[in-house]
Design a protein around this ligand. Structure first.
Ligand code: AMP
Ligand code: FES
Ligand code: ZN
Length: 321
């Protein structure tokens, strides 16, 4: 099959959801345009912004960093070493290798050194690893950005991630999470830095194809702690639908973001979405405007931020509870 854009070279990437197929060069043009459109549509950031790209060593975040550099944005990488045996060392290695191939040196936060490696922290706090991991990552993403003068924090969530998350939130009618599900969460008082997801228009397969064709070497294994994550079930369900009806995933998520679908009277999602969208998963449900954590000074909606509460549980002497 020939590339549907240049009609000369052989197509290398088949995109049924766009009724298209591209050769590598034309696919790069397509991918770049999708990301540019994703940034433009919600004004995620401008060339003046300093963007902190959170890089895990996986394909999405390395591709994100790659494309943002190519588009000429001012970026630095942040890697969090989660302290998970084997997996974290391999992830860190891929991140550092990619960065050095682009003449960059990422900022690295080592959770062992911070006293909260994920497996031990989860055990001591008696919580799920993924939930502890989410709290800790969000905390350091914001803290590093605020301390070092970055104006934006960018993560590599793609269309599949966001559609799966939307499906999960809808299945549970989680209005609180629905109200904060957006490619842009604005900055807020007390040093809450803007959060963006510039890959929200591109699928997992498109990101993987871009990474492969660009020769980006990334960690392919999944985190050993997230094997039974429910988000994978939602992703599978959407993949099944997508295979039968290409383009459904994109219409599902883009439809959710479309303001005209939100303004249906009595729509509980619309009502939730009209509320302040800046709470960023921190201390959800505690309401009000952000204030400073009385322990570390980070923005929070409670007296003490969720990271400091976690750290207290992790470091307090273990005894009978
Ligand atoms: P996940 O929550 O693992 O699906 O990751 C979503 C996004 O969070 C990734 O695309 C990265 O941008 C960021 N991220 C995840 N893990 C790390 C990490 N260990 N260090 C830095 N950023 C991360
Ligand atoms: Fe967070 Fe695995 S990446 S628990
Ligand atoms: Zn705190």
């Amino acid at each position: 099959m020939k590339c549907k854009r240049c009609r000369k070279a052989a197509a290398a990437v088949d995109l049924p959801s766009h009724h298209s197929a591209f050769c590598p060069e034309c696919f790069f043009v397509f991918f770049r345009r999708q990301v540019e459109e994703g940034i433009r549509k919600f004004r995620l950031f401008s060339p003046d912004d300093r963007v902190l790209v959170c890089v895990s060593g996986g394909k999405d975040s390395l591709v994100l960093w790659d494309i943002l550099m190519e588009l000429g944005y001012r970026t630095e990488g942040l890697h969090i070493d989660l302290g998970i045996e084997g997996y974290s060392a391999r992830s860190r290695e891929k991140t550092l290798a990619y960065a050095s191939s682009r003449g960059k040196e990422p900022i690295v936060v080592d959770l062992h050194a911070e006293g909260v490696p994920i497996p031990e922290a989860a055990k001591r706090a008696r919580k799920e690893e993924c939930s502890v991991c989410g709290t800790v990552k969000r905390y350091f993403f914001n803290r590093v950005a605020a301390e070092r003068g970055f104006t934006v924090v960018a993560t590599g969530h793609n269309l599949d991630d966001e559609a799966a998350r939307l499906l999960g939130n809808l299945l549970h009618w989680d209005a609180d999470h629905l109200s904060r599900q957006h490619p842009l969460l604005p900055e807020a008082a007390e040093g809450l830095v803007r959060k963006v997801k510039p890959l929200w228009r591109v699928s997992e397969m498109e990101t993987a194809a871009y990474g492969f064709l660009k020769g980006i070497d990334y960690v392919t294994e999944e985190c050993p702690m997230s094997e039974d994550a429910t988000s994978l079930i939602y992703k599978e369900a959407l993949t099944l639908i997508e295979e039968e009806m290409p383009g459904t995933r994109r219409r599902f998520y883009q439809g959710f973001l479309d303001p005209k679908n939100r303004d249906v009277p009595g729509n509980p999602v619309a009502d939730a979405c009209r509320e302040d969208a800046s709470k960023d998963g921190k201390d959800i449900g505690e309401g009000g405007t952000p204030r400073k954590c009385n322990s570390c000074g980070a923005p929070t909606y409670a007296e003490t931020c969720s990271f400091c509460r976690l750290k207290e549980r992790v470091t307090k002497p273990q005894g009978r509870s």
